[in-house]
Structures are given as C-alpha cells and as structure tokens.
Design a binder for this molecule. Structure first.
Ligand SMILES: Nc1ncnc2c1ncn2[C@@H]1O[C@H](COP(=O)(O)OP(=O)(O)OP(=O)(O)O)[C@@H](O)[C@H]1O
Length: 417
C-alpha cells in the first residue's frame, strides 16, 4: 500500500482514487497500474505525464469505469464526491446507474477524434444522441437548440451541425468531442491525449478553449499526455507515472522548479522549454520496464543514474521530497540520512545521453522530444451505440495486449511541441 501522501487537504475533493491497481489478464498478466492514489479537487486540472506504456490510458479507463476485459481493477477504489450528496464508490455502479453516471458526472474526451466520432452520423445526430440518451424529457426543438449552443461553446458555427466527421478538420472534430463532453455539465472531464494529433497552433487554440470552458463551468480535468511541457503549462498539479505507478506528485510549479524523482528530472530535460533560452534536449537512455514481468525493487533502477543497492529490492512508496512527493529511496531518511545526492538535487541526470534536439523558444517545434509511441488504431470502425458515451469509449483505440514497445527513448514520431 502506498503512503496516502497524494491526498488533497483543506480542499473540496471531487474524485478520490485509492491504491488502484489494474491488471490485463493473460498468460503473462500485465500489471498496468499499480497502487495509484490521488485526489482531484473540484475545478482543478490534474496532469498525468509519462512515456508510452506507463499506464496513463489504463488509469483513465479504470477511473471512468470503461475498462474492458482482459483489463480489470484488481484492487483499490475510485470514489466520486458529488457537491450535493453522499460519496459514490464507482465499483458499486452497474447498468443504468453507471450509464447515467457517465457524462452526467464524469465525461471523457479520447484521443483520435476520427475514431471516437461515428463516421456515418452527422454532428447534429451525435450531439443530439447525448441528449436523447441522458435527457429524454427534452423536446426535439430544445435538443436542436442545445446542440447549437454546444457547438457555439467550442467556437463552431451552427452550419456544421449537418456535417459528417470526415468533412471537418482534425481540430474541429476534437472540438466536437469536447462539446459532447460538456453537454451534460459534468463535474469531471478526463482527457486522454486530446490534442496530440493536432498541429501546434490548433492544439493551443483547443487548450485555451478547454481552459475557458473550465473557468465558466467549473469542472475538474484529468489531462493525460506524454507531453510534460504542455502539462506544466496547463496543470495545477501533476502526477508523473512510470512503470504503472505515480513516481512523483505535486504542484506543477514545484515539480517544474525542483523535480525530485530522477525520472522526472530526465523527463524534464527531454522536452523543450516553453519560454526562455535555447536548450539542448536529452533523452532518458534505456527502455521502460515490461509490466508483464515481475518487478523487484524500483521500476526505474535500470535507467537511473542515481541507483544504489536498496533500489534493486525495495519498491519505494511516495514520500515527501522537498516541495513534491516522490517514490524514490533517496528520500528515505532511514536509507539516506544525508538526503539525495547533490547532482539530483541540482536537477542533473548525468548518464551520458545523446543530444536529440535544440529548441528556441517561440521557434519551430523541435523534432522528436515527446516519448510518444504510435497508438494502435481501432481495428473496426466504431459502431453506432444508443449511448453516445459508450459509443465514444468503444470506438476509442483498442488495447491490444501487446508488450510495451521498447527501444531508445524518446522514440521517434508524434512530437508536436
Ligand atoms: N488490452 C491490453 N491487454 C494487455 N496489456 C495491455 C492492454 N492495453 C494496454 N496494455 C499494457 O498495459 C501497459 C500500460 O498501457 P497504457 O496504454 O495504459 O499506457 P500509456 O501510458 O497510456 O501508453 P500510451 O501513451 O502509449 O497509450 C502497457 O504495458 C501496455 O502494453
């Protein structure tokens, strides 16, 4: 069990996740999420960062109850705290109550709008379906009015209501998905790589749109991406995942100014700075662990320049590490009475990595700095569903059970910033 150091104190919590573990069953079960705990405060943006295969999407599917076999929640709980009623343990919801919960309370925006939208239904029909499924009392004219309002919210003109997804740009499709997520005024919106496939200008517009909507409606956001620099900009707090666990957690500003975990240090120097001087970017040499193999000790051992004996046999829990919380034995006073090494404290990651790009603030996006690996496309086109929430989830990229891709890190492809 992890230390409960990710709890938000003195704040109004809307979602609490405790010791959540998810396994994909199979000949070699994959422990994709391991003992994850965090609180989401009402109205905040919690960023979840980490390279491909570290369990981000699995966590998103688990907290929205969209995980499908062979994935299953092996232990832990996710509790929703409505502003106006008793807490709801999500594992107790099934059937109609679960269907109602989704999108009324927690909505999802998945990556890859072309997969998530139904290609054979117009935008009008897909937006209206949300209301038909969840607000059946609305009359046809009221539904039409709500659909127009929704598109207007995300800056799309009403003439697009009759369009089909292939007639819209990638940015517009993603806006339609965001509009759908807003439809029932949820308390929480989980966004899994919502802007990854978009060019940098469209990405920025959409992030601004999300922020504007959040300020207006007050929902909390769990924003998942491999792109740490983007998260530093938009998040109130950040959780960095590695090997299925949260390895660092704290306020985004603290994590930026004084990262504690060696992986966060490595990750930070892999991304271009948003503003300021040109910087030389480095990768973190090595590959993430194979989560279908038993892990003894810290999952980052093989790539960590600060590894010491205990790391090979003790899997660290989150503990206070300066201004953040880090799952690193260097912050265990019993093992390291003098604290972490000076180089780690100074934010260095000295293991002779290769340079991979130089970036100038405000200049062109750099090449290959993101750690993103290509996502598997859904094998089948999405099917129409009576519940658009389920339809979107079902048409989200399939999880294929393949072992994580390995290779030098960051790998090539997908960088947008
Ligand atoms: N359906 C599945 N069956 C078996 N293993 C799976 C399945 N889906 C994902 N996994 C494994 O679970 C682990 C976590 O994957 P997940 O997709 O959650 O990571 P991620 O951080 O979101 O990566 P990405 O950014 O590439 O989506 C990986 O080892 C992956 O191979």
């Amino acid at each position: 069990m992890t230390l409960d150091t990710t709890a938000v104190t003195g704040t109004d919590v809307v979602l609490s996740v405790r010791d959540l573990s998810v396994v994909y069953d199979g000949a070699d079960p994959v422990r994709a999420v391991r003992d994850v705990s965090f609180d989401l405060a009402r109205g905040e943006v919690l960023g979840i960062a980490g390279e491909s295969g570290c369990g981000k999407s699995t966590l998103a599917y688990a907290i929205t109850r969209l995980l499908k076999p062979p994935g299953r929640v092996a232990s832990g709980e996710v509790v929703f705290h409505p502003a106006d009623g008793p807490p709801v343990d999500l594992s107790t919801l099934h059937g109609e109550p679960l269907r109602r919960f989704r999108w009324n309370r927690v909505a999802m925006v998945f990556q890859g709008a072309m997969n998530a939208l139904n290609p054979v239904l117009s935008v009008r029909r897909q937006l209206a379906d949300v209301f038909t499924a969840h607000r059946p009392e609305l009359r046809r004219a009221e539904r039409e009015e709500r659909c127009r309002e929704l598109l207007d919210l995300v800056g799309i003109g009403p003439e697009r209501l009759s369009a089909y997804p292939h007639e819209l740009s990638g940015g517009m499709r993603q806006r339609v998905l965001i509009a759908m997520a807003m439809a029932l005024r949820p308390d929480v919106v989980v966004m899994d790589e919502p802007t990854t496939a978009l060019d940098v200008v469209v990405q920025r517009d959409i992030l601004e749109e999300i922020d504007r909507l959040r300020a207006r409606f007050g929902f909390a956001v769990v924003f998942i991406t491999h792109d740490l620099s983007l998260l530093l900009e938009i998040s109130d707090r950040l959780a960095v995942m590695y090997g299925g666990r949260i390895v660092e957690y704290g306020r985004a500003a603290d994590l930026h100014a004084a990262p504690a975990h060696p992986y966060t240090v490595g990750l930070l120097r892999s991304f271009p700075r948003l503003r300021g001087e040109r910087t030389v970017l480095h990768g973190v040499p090595g590959s993430p662990p194979d989560l279908s193999r038993p892990l003894t000790g810290c999952a980052f051992t093989a790539r960590c320049p600060y590894v010491f004996d205990a790391c090979h046999h003790t899997d660290p829990s989150l503990r206070v590490a300066g201004t953040t919380r880090a799952a690193c034995l260097h912050y265990d006073p019993a093992l390291r009475p003098d604290g972490p090494p000076e180089a780690l404290r100074a934010g260095r990651f000295d293991s002779g990595p290769a340079e991979c790009a130089v970036e100038e603030a405000g200049g062109d996006p750099p090449v290959d700095t993101t750690g993103r690996q290509p996502r598997r496309e859904a094998a089948e086109p999405p099917q129409a569903s009576t519940d658009p929430v389920t339809a979107q989830a079902e048409s989200a990229p399939e999880r294929d059970g393949a072992a994580p891709e390995t290779g030098p890190w960051p790998p090539t492809g997908g960088g947008t910033r």
